[in-house]
Design a binder for this molecule. Structure first.
Ligand code: ATP
Length: 184
């Protein structure tokens, strides 16, 4: 099975995630997209704005219920502690996955050198990068080793939806309809 890993805080999961991941899977021939909600997102530890992990997992489950392209992994909840991607990659390898492909939005690329054990991540993972609405990439600003990832960018629909935008709407008493599946 050709799987595409897609991690995030998914706070909440939304149509931007789902439409773009499906587009990438279709373009690159992936049979399964594995949504991997973080337990404790390392880059959002201070924010205090993150719903409990079990709620974010459940929202992912409901969003993709009955859709064979998607599955939800609870590997990061099972492990506990900060959700470092390199640990998740290694646990998938222990389960016998020989090749790990990991999808991220363009807004995340600049932060990659600050992820836990970044050299290992560069070596052990094939990164696929999807364009994101409002996120231009400045490859020249990245350390040399990361610039070659420019060749891994795939076209994806540009969808102006973010989880923070949805949270803001809800805080303002506005509806989140049309931005995320009704089940979420
Ligand atoms: P927040 O607004 O709270 O920062 P988010 O909408 O960026 O959240 P995350 O769960 O943090 O959602 O994102 C998980 C992954 O999905 C990241 O790699 C991010 O770049 C990507 N992503 C999120 N929204 C989009 C979108 N609209 N288009 C393309 N990629 C997206």
């Amino acid at each position: 099975m050709k799987r595409l890993c897609f991690g995030g805080s998914f706070n909440p999961v939304h149509h931007g995630h789902l439409i773009c991941a499906r587009a990438v899977a279709e373009a690159r021939g992936f049979e399964r997209v594995v949504l991997i909600p973080s337990a404790l997102p390392p880059h959002k530890l201070q924010s205090g704005d993150v719903a409990p992990a079990e709620h974010r997992v459940e929202m992912c489950r409901r969003a993709v219920a009955g859709v064979p392209l998607f599955e939800v992994s609870e590997v990061e909840q099972a492990r506990g502690g900060p959700s470092y991607t390199i640990d998740t990659v290694r646990s998938f390898r222990q389960q016998g996955w020989t090749h790990i492909v990991w999808l991220i939005g363009a807004d995340m690329v600049a932060s990659l050198p600050d992820w836990h054990q970044p050299q290992d991540l560069l070596r052990e993972v094939e990164w696929v990068i999807m364009a994101r609405y409002g996120s231009a990439m400045d490859w020249q600003k990245l350390p040399e080793a990361y610039r070659r990832l420019e060749g891994n960018v795939v076209e994806a629909p540009l969808i102006d939806i973010s989880a923070s935008g949805i949270r803001r709407r809800i805080a303002d008493g506005r509806s989140a309809r049309f931005l995320t599946p009704d089940a979420v």
